[in-house]
Design a protein around this ligand. Structure first.
Ligand SMILES: [Fe+2]
Ligand SMILES: [Fe+2]
Length: 178
């Protein structure tokens, strides 16, 4: 029976699992950003709360994009279990440090997946992944820029307020990609 079911999809079990793992990672990112939004909100960082809420929505979109791909390919897309999402953070700055770390971890995970696709000669999934790999340039850029505000502006006096105000204004422009 199992062999027969596998005929419905050209995804190997290994690749299907890797994509499902990535689905989970995007869902975890979405949950984490929502948690960060809540922390910022209750600590008076209104603009950052909005920024993280938006990030959370984007990560859910990423999850759904992967989810649809597995389904479209005849595979079994798994709705992930998300537990133990962090609730408290040490400081305003540490939220942004963690956000950048998270984005870097996602980039590394996608790179590993691209590597696996090549080894398995799954160029369909490899091509599908290009969108995600490219997206990470922007994701890392924005997270890094946000963290840099802590160096450039500093948190003293009205510093944190200034940082908070500027966070949602960070935009990524790629003039070579139009
Ligand atoms: Fe993502
Ligand atoms: Fe992201």
């Amino acid at each position: 029976m199992k062999d027969l079911l596998r005929l419905r999809t050209s995804l190997t079990e290994e690749i299907e699992k890797a994509i499902n793992d990535q689905i989970k990672m995007e869902a975890e990112s979405s949950a984490m950003y929502l948690s960060m939004s809540s922390w910022c909100d209750r600590n008076g960082f209104d603009f950052s709360a909005g920024y993280f809420k938006k990030q959370s929505d984007e990560e859910r979109e990423h999850m759904l994009r992967l989810f649809k791909y597995v389904s479209d390919m005849g595979g079994r897309a798994v709705s992930p279990d998300i537990t133990n999402t962090q609730i408290e953070f040490e400081s305003f700055r540490s939220v942004f440090e963690q956000a950048l770390q998270q984005e870097i971890a996602v980039t590394q995970s996608l790179n590993r997946m691209a590597d696996r696709c090549q080894k398995a000669k799954d160029y369909v999934t490899f091509t599908f992944l290009q969108w995600f790999l490219k997206e990470q340039i922007e994701e890392e850029y924005v997270a890094r820029r946000a963290l840099e505000l802590f160096e450039v502006i500093g948190e003293d006096g009205t510093g944190s307020y200034e940082i908070d105000k500027r966070v949602p204004k960070i935009t990524y422009e790629n003039e070579y990609d139009k």
